[in-house]
Design a protein around this ligand. Sequence first.
Ligand code: PRP
Ligand code: URA
Length: 209
Amino acid sequence: MEKVFVIDHPLIKHKLSFIRDKNTGPKEFRELVEEVSLLMAYEVTRNLPLETTTIETPICSTETQVLSGKKVGIIPILRAGLGMVDGILRLIPAARVGHIGVYRDPKTLNPVEYYCKLPPDVTDREIIVVDPMLATGGSLCSAIEFLKARGCKSIKLMCLIAAPEGLQRVGQQHPDVEIYVAAIDEKLNEHAYIVPGLGDAGDRLFGTK
Ligand code: PRP
Ligand code: URA
């Protein structure tokens, strides 16, 4: 899958081990998810356009580069995507944040949308959709369709852990979307949880189980 990028930096691998560990409590889990999101954002934004400007150093005038007009929009998928937002905002504080609420019906496994609030200029932004888990891919496919239907053209996905099944589904339905992950796991279990995975990301972030 040519649009899938695994960001397997040693720091990310190390932190992901603690995120996966069932003995890691919500406080540490949240901190680690934020740190890994910051590290991943560095790679996801590698191709942001630059423009040349002139500044004065204390020594002389010089040409240098700054990010050009194209702006970033971060779209967390509620709930668990919320845990990834602050890490990215620490790198790109001017980014705007839009929220899409999607949960996976535990019986049918189909995505159910329940909330949406996007920045007014979302169609002009480089969109990074964030969700720690890409399992069947249903939630993220539905969020991408939603964003495309509203005119978004440049969309990237950033997930901590993906299952091969989910990567294939998103890749087939949205071949234009680049997918950045920290790890590709083995498979889904009979409840469509990622194996070995990290369990339920929303519950672990917010301590709801
Ligand atoms: C989790 C996760 C994804 C989705 C992945 O959310 O954060 O959004 O499941 O599964 P899929 O790829 O099979 O669609 P969940 O439905 O548990 O909702 P929550 O974040 O509110 O807990
Ligand atoms: N959602 C989660 O939070 N974890 C999984 O493993 C699959 C879907």
